[in-house]
Ligand binder design. Sequence first.
Ligand code: F6R
Length: 474
Amino acid sequence: MNKLKGAFAIAVICADYPDELIIARQQAPLAIGFGQGEFFCASDTTALVPHTRAVLTLENGELARLTPLGVEVFNLAGERLKKYPRTLSWNPVLVEKQGFKHFMLKEIYEQPGVVRTCLEAYLNSDWHPGDLSQMPMKLELPAELYADLEQIQIIACGTSWHAGLVGKYLLEQLAGIPTMVQYASEFRYAPSPLTPNTLTIGVTQSGETADTLAALAMEQQRRFSQLPKLQPRLLGITNRPESTLAQMVPNIIDTHAGVEIGVAATKTFVAQLMAFYCLALDLALRRQTVSPKGLELLITGLRQLPAQIELILESLDPYIQELTHQFAETQDFIFVGRGINFPIALEGALKLKEISYIHAEGYPAGELKHGPIALLDAKVPVLAIAMPGSVYEKVLSNAQEAKARDSRLIGVTPKNDLEAAQTFDHLLPVPAVEELLSPILTVIPLQLLAYHIAASRGLDVDQPRNLAKSVTVE
Ligand code: F6R
């Protein structure tokens, strides 16, 4: 192994030693499962869940020998290491479809439960509005992470990057902290100039995305060497507390979404948003940038979200399934939103393109007329997210610009809204909630739309072509 170069996770068997399996890890995930009279190795713990919950994840530069007698772990110098398996909290039932046609649909339907679990994990159930004796949040992050914070940088890829954009909105608008969101693959080769009192947040549901891990490692190293007097402040947001990310950064927020099998992220995205709501509220409280009334409003609103998601699933799923027949020939789709719902437009477009292979773009609605409007005609539908709040009227007027170019208009709008009913050809109504909370609801119809379009085309929804659940290569 000392001679090998690059990133790998390998398993080797030799004809001379038929009872031994040697496995080794360097910069790529590798886990050992301990079953009943059997051992397993896998590049992802999800694969082990149907067989066992006792799992040992190897670290970079470690090897293991699996024989009928047991498992031995070594470092590159050949020294034996003492390591113990941990028990995953996942239930094997999670890796079954339970009557759903695809894992993605099942995972979309799990979202009310995921939000409930996040609320239980992050909110103090004893706290009530007006209670000054205790904090409403229980994130349990160390005070050093928050002290004199001047800036936050969020590093992520794909859907997690979209969650980061919603996070930026919340951290800036609620806690008043300037926040940048960086693509990990870009940040690695052009990091922003170093600033002190900066919190770096890596967001990755798998905790194994190579670019995100490398960007965080680089940032940690850069801060140690260039700002040696300041301890780097690193936080990970992940769905995998056993992942490489969790081993790498000292603090994590576990998103508690349970194993996600569908390649397209759905419930883990919503769980990442929940982590950002609670982090932003926690910071806002400590910095006193949110009024007690505002806090009460948001916490009450957060608690209502699970029932509201259930309502959306119940009322919109059959309608969206029906609606998708009208897009059988569609080749291009535009998604627009503004403010906190702009990242949701990006996410809706990403979901659609990755599982249905339809070309889809997300834009801030105000940008339509700066170029993309040239694409619009009767063959290019436009989906606009128009929720009550600071940009509602603006989005409606942007949608009308698209209508004037003959585009079919779909609106994710508040329920029973007359103005929306007059503007859009098709309505996907969701409960009218506080604008800041609306992304958790507006993303649900977009996930359903992507799902039903792909399923109606007979595509492999859970395993779209060319994509992997964990992108462990650069
Ligand atoms: C989209 C999707 C990808 C991932 C991206 C980052 O549905 O699943 O865009 O979001 O590969 O993955 P994680 O969050 O594991 O770092």
